[in-house]
Design a protein around this ligand. Structure first.
Ligand code: SPD
Length: 278
């Protein structure tokens, strides 16, 4: 059978694109906040695209979702109450509720259409959204965080790229609210893009988080469909350190995260160390 000649191309920066052959366009719409497309790709299965940027694919989603959720949840000794800001596809929540200590997982997603479309086209990723511990709030995550002081053990900022509705999720003012929304021993993790092409953003976030949290660390994972593949996460923590306080493994049905990968993720290449030099 001849292959389709339809290609999805993400302009990752002005000099770099990623291209994926498309078998079928499954869904396209303009929501109140962004453009949203779901396409079936030959290489990575079903792909979710927001404002032209890859958000997740069926085949490599586990890397990002596991590494966002399990590093933090194996740092806090007893996480009970967690908040995911953004993350409307449900991937981080699916991983978070694998932790038996988690009693309550709130998803604060501004765009209800992302949740609905993910349930329809990504049933595996969205599978946690119907769990009784999960509370889905279609609301502005920034306001939600401001209005819930002292409630959470762990907060995840699973934002889109720093354009459109996500810009405020990379602001120092927002990290201040995150700090207030955490309990006295709470911690947060935010996705902070690629060390190869987003150095300014990573340095800014590191500086802001260091001003607010006694423990600030960066770690890496490898997501093939994200720009450059090398992806960073920034952790700010009031008390627990991800290496000194690493908890014994609690969740084993993972494909990427292991006890050793947790440790290794904090071993940074020299250019990344230099980028975030304290
Ligand atoms: N450029 C990719 C950045 C995407 C970060 N968020 C993805 C959402 C997946 N739950």
């Amino acid at each position: 059978m001849t292959k389709s000649e339809l290609w999805f191309t993400e302009l990752q920066n002005e000099n770099l694109t990623i291209g994926l052959r498309i078998n079928k366009i499954l869904h396209s719409e303009q929501t109140e906040y962004q453009t949203m497309d779901v396409v079936e790709t030959e290489q990575y299965g079903t792909l979710l695209v927001l404002d032209g940027c890859v958000m997740t694919t069926d085949k490599d989603e586990f890397v990002y979702h596991e590494m966002m959720a399990h590093v933090a949840l194996h740092t806090h000794p007893n996480p009970k109450s967690v908040l995911i800001v953004g993350g409307g596809d449900g991937g981080v929540i699916r991983e978070a509720i694998k932790h038996p200590s988690v009693e309550r997982a709130v998803l604060a997603e501004i765009d209800g259409r992302v949740v609905e479309v993910s349930k329809q086209y990504f049933p595996n990723i969205a599978s946690g959204l119907s769990d009784p511990r999960v509370d889905v709030q279609i609301t502005d995550g920034i306001k939600y965080v401001e209005n819930h002081p002292g409630e959470f053990d762990v907060i995840f900022i699973d934002s889109t790229d720093p354009i459109g509705p996500a810009v405020g999720l990379f602001a120092k003012q927002f990290y201040e609210s995150v700090s207030r929304a955490l309990k006295d021993d709470g911690l947060f993790v935010a996705q902070t893009e690629s060390p190869f092409i987003n150095q300014d953003l990573i340095q800014k976030v590191q500086g802001d988080v260091r001003d607010l949290f006694p423990i600030t660390e960066l770690y890496l994972a490898y997501v093939p469909t994200y720009p450059t593949g090398m992806w960073s996460f920034t952790m700010g923590s009031k008390k627990y350190h991800p290496l000194r306080d690493q908890q014994p493994i609690r969740v084993t049905d993972t494909k990427y995260y292991t006890e050793q990968v947790h440790k290794a993720a904090f071993a940074l290449p020299r250019f990344v160390e230099e980028l975030i030099q304290k």
